[in-house]
Design a protein around this ligand. Structure first.
Ligand code: OXD
Ligand code: MN
Length: 588
């Protein structure tokens, strides 16, 4: 296709001049071109073809062992004024960042091909979607972008002559961790990422654009870019209602997004539909309600922990046209395996580093952050609204985290402002699996701590303003905690599909129905308000799940005060008012 957008052509010319690739290839989104790239990647060993009968169109990729995750300490917001980045971001002065990066990018693609990837975040033709152009020297990144975004000519067509697109410079360079930079220039609509090939650092549509840059755009343009799944629940009459939910990374967003209704609902004809598992862009629609689109076109999910019990839909989604990264290669049948997939680690196998593994127990076969990059269209419960340009109307926003004892199973905010307070104080406790210290509270407001592209105090203010704008039509806000434990540390809520029982109470409340009791922290269901038919759970356990321990909450207030102090006078007064209310309620 002829590319006539001058701003794009000029920028690509500049990128070519700086990176000096041997060749430039424009990605058009065709199957033929993708097939050619896959063949090339197989020839170089970047991709390993898996069993065509069992996993058609699937590949294994092994990353550099030092390049396996997002690098928050190497991730920067490069706005002109330091105070605009705020206390929760690393700031890098653009006056220094640009020359530093230019030096690293200088000639970095010599001997390589530069792939130019035009892509759309959000459905094609949606008034909510936006275009980015990524240049990269990685075929793995290119093929992953083709799964995760709507990429190719469709993006250039949508862009037309407009200058409203995000400039994304990426090079794996030589993967040097000491010179790894993931830099965002929100004021210039630009992202520069170098020395990493890992998804969250290199697939720039995802966290870099769809959250960090987009959150900044949303603040300026009156919409929201959030780290949220979008789930639809269909009732037996065929009416579907949607929730958007934010949980910190590794709290089961993909599992909730693809939940399978428990028998008690399934038998009556209820269905659950997945619209998205990670990133929601939300705006006020023509009828005044809040509408959400999934910015992505695929799932970049964590493999370990995904199995036939935890998430059969995710597993099914990965059975074709998927790229697996850093999992075990089963040499007997050329398929893949990861910890907890099943109880049969393959005896004749190679681990994520490429070493002979053979199911040994002293080292993990798959990296704990090994991933699948799978097309959304494979998902058996993908919402029929997935490509809808208008998005879906959101009835409830749900926040959550991992709390052993503090947060109850579910509670509802009294109003939007109180809901923003709840989101701003969201937290998870570290588990033995994640760090040495167990029970350390990590605050992660709206699950956006690593992803907010500007000052988080201003982000809270933007949330409050969105609520003012939506008024009576604003979604109702809730908090959930699937991770309450008993005194022996055992989880007391079954979780997974049974979380739908809680979602049903949430949807009832959002519709202005459903019973609740008032507590110092908000509205809660009484134990009998949660449908437990078919569940082996005692009344006492339900009471424990819903218990609000006033002493623990007083400690929580102290923790919130400490956290809020970081934001100085950028913390909206309304949130301090909510904190005062909470404290007063606890002292009543
Ligand atoms: C992700 C994350 O990969 O949140 O989605 O880390
Ligand atoms: Mn995420």
């Amino acid at each position: 296709m002829d590319i006539c957008n001058k701003t794009v052509l000029e920028w690509v010319d500049e990128a070519v001049e700086l990176c000096r690739p041997d060749k430039v290839m424009w990605i058009d989104g065709s199957n033929e071109q993708a097939e050619m790239l896959r063949k090339e990647a197989m020839a170089t060993g970047e991709l390993i073809k898996l069993n065509e009968e069992k996993l058609p169109g699937c590949f294994l990729h092994r990353s550099d062992p030092d390049d396996v995750a997002r690098v928050e300490d190497r991730t920067f917001i490069c706005c002109r004024k330091e105070e605009d980045a705020g206390p929760t971001n690393n700031w890098f002065d653009p006056k220094v960042a640009y020359p530093t990066l230019k030096k690293l990018f200088d000639g970095c693609m010599q001997g390589r091909t530069m792939y130019v990837i035009p892509y759309i975040m959000g459905p094609i033709g949606s008034p909510y979607s936006k275009v980015g152009i990524e240049v990269t020297d990685s075929i793995y990144v290119t093929l992953s972008m083709l799964i995760m975004t709507r990429a190719g000519d469709c993006a250039l067509e949508q862009l037309g002559e407009s200058n409203d697109w995000v400039r994304c410079m990426h090079s794996k360079a030589n993967l040097d961790p000491d010179n790894r930079y993931i830099c965002h220039f929100p004021e210039d609509n630009a992202i520069w990422s170098i020395n990493s090939g890992y998804g969250g650092n290199a697939l720039m549509g995802k966290k870099c654009f769809a959250l960090r840059i987009a959150s900044y755009q949303g603040k300026n343009e009156g919409w929201m870019a959030e780290h949220m799944l979008i789930l639809g629940i269909e009732n037996p009459k065929g009416e579907v209602r949607y929730v958007a939910a934010a949980f910190p990374s590794a709290c089961g967003k993909t599992n909730l997004a693809m939940l399978i209704p428990p028998k008690v609902y399934e038998k009556d004809g209820y269905k659950a539909w997945c619209v998205g598992d990670d990133i929601a862009w939300m705006r006020k629609g023509p009828d005044g309600r809040l509408y959400a689109i999934n910015a992505e076109k695929g799932f970049f999910g964590v493999a370990p922990g995904t199995n036939a019990k935890s998430n059969p839909n995710a597993l099914a989604t990965t059975q074709k046209n998927t790229i697996f990264t850093n999992v075990v290669l089963n040499c007997d049948d050329n398929t893949v395996w990861w910890e907890s997939l099943d109880k049969n680690p393959p005896k004749n196998s190679i681990d994520w580093k490429g070493n002979i593994w053979n199911g040994r127990e002293d080292v993990k076969g798959a990296h704990p952050n090994s991933r699948f990059t799978a097309p959304a269209e494979n998902c058996p419960v993908l919402s029929p609204e997935f490509n809808s340009p208008e998005g879906v109307p959101i009835d409830a926003i749900i926040f959550g985290g991992r709390r052993a004892k503090t947060a109850p199973l579910v509670y509802q905010a009294r109003d939007w402002q109180h809901g923003v307070f709840i989101g701003s104080t969201m937290a998870s406790e570290t588990t033995a699996a994640t760090t040495g210290a167990v029970g350390v509270v990590r605050r992660d407001p709206m699950a956006m701590l690593p992803f907010c592209g500007y000052h988080m105090g201003d982000y809270f203010k933007h949330w409050l303003e969105m609520g003012d704008d939506l008024g009576e039509k604003a979604p109702k806000i809730f908090n959930v905690n699937w991770f309450r434990v008993d005194d022996d540390g055992n989880f007391i809520w079954p979780g997974f599909g049974d979380n739908m029982r809680v979602i049903m109470w949430i949807l009832d409340r959002a519709a202005g129905k459903g019973h609740a009791v008032e507590t110092p922290i908000g509205y809660e269901p009484a134990p009998e308000d949660i449908n437990t038919e078919g569940l082996d759970i005692s009344r006492q356990t339900l009471e424990d799940l819903l218990n609000v321990d006033v002493d623990l909450w007083k400690d929580e207030v102290a923790g919130i005060k400490e956290f809020y102090a970081k934001f100085g006078d950028k913390l909206p007064k309304e949130l301090y008012d909510e904190l005062d209310k909470l404290e007063a309620n606890l002292n009543k």
